[in-house]
Write a protein that binds this ligand. Sequence first.
Ligand code: ADP
Length: 271
Amino acid sequence: MSIGASRDRDPAIRVQSMEKSYKDLQVLRGVDFEVAPGSIFALLGSNGAGKTTMVRILSTLSRPDAGTATVNGFDVTADPLRVRESVSLTGQFAAVDEILSGRENLVLVARLRHLKDPGKVADDLLARFGLADAGPRKVSTYSGGMRRRLDIAMSLIGQPKVIFLDEPTTGLDPEARLEVWQVVQDLAKQGATVLLTTQYLDEAEQLADRIAILHAGRIIANGTLADLKQLLPPVEVEYVEKQPTLEDIFLALVGAGSRGGSGVELNRGRS
Ligand code: ADP
């Protein structure tokens, strides 16, 4: 179908001139970015930068004051129902029911979505997320990583094309973080578009095809890790050359990026 084909080539997410304030607090002051289908895009920013606000707008939970955004080709303001049909949102506060087993949680969501064989849907997801053995156990006995994986599994019922993960590893121990990273990489391999927000530089560095830094209401840098590394030249220390880490770049940009200062847009990488 031509419409579907052209949609597949279009950005999975396109945000233009997005603004959002809470009373006097201007959180988003003209945000622009695009996310290519099937890629992992990290929105990186300090606590309070506006990452959750952006994700809430993209998942139609909140309305922008100005600007436009499309998700999977649908406008978030004009066509919120179509947007909701194509996305899933997983927040840092797991939506799983602790009294139920992992399997029961999945069956419940599959029933709510009127899927044909809820038991099979649940079993397939348990297997895919390494939870087959734990499936019959109450969620209250799960580790943090298992809960987060179950939460992501629940959000995938209905096969969303675009997956929003809002700080997916906040509060997890290092081992559980690695488990979630693996899940995120697998989702993108299977063709989903993933937008994740994070305040962890290593998470963006490990997972993302592109990284955008949100600071003082704007995207002050946007590119591949290699693009971002070029923003800071290698530092010569006597005879030792040191490549900047993402942390060096982030701190240099955020420190230098005064409110209203000019941002840096890198589009040489894949778009
Ligand atoms: P992040 O996800 O990057 O930590 P948020 O989008 O949650 O940032 O918040 C950005 C800013 O907006 C913060 O200062 C936060 O306190 C404020 N904020 C978020 N939601 C609301 C709201 N519903 N009402 C008022 N202020 C809010």
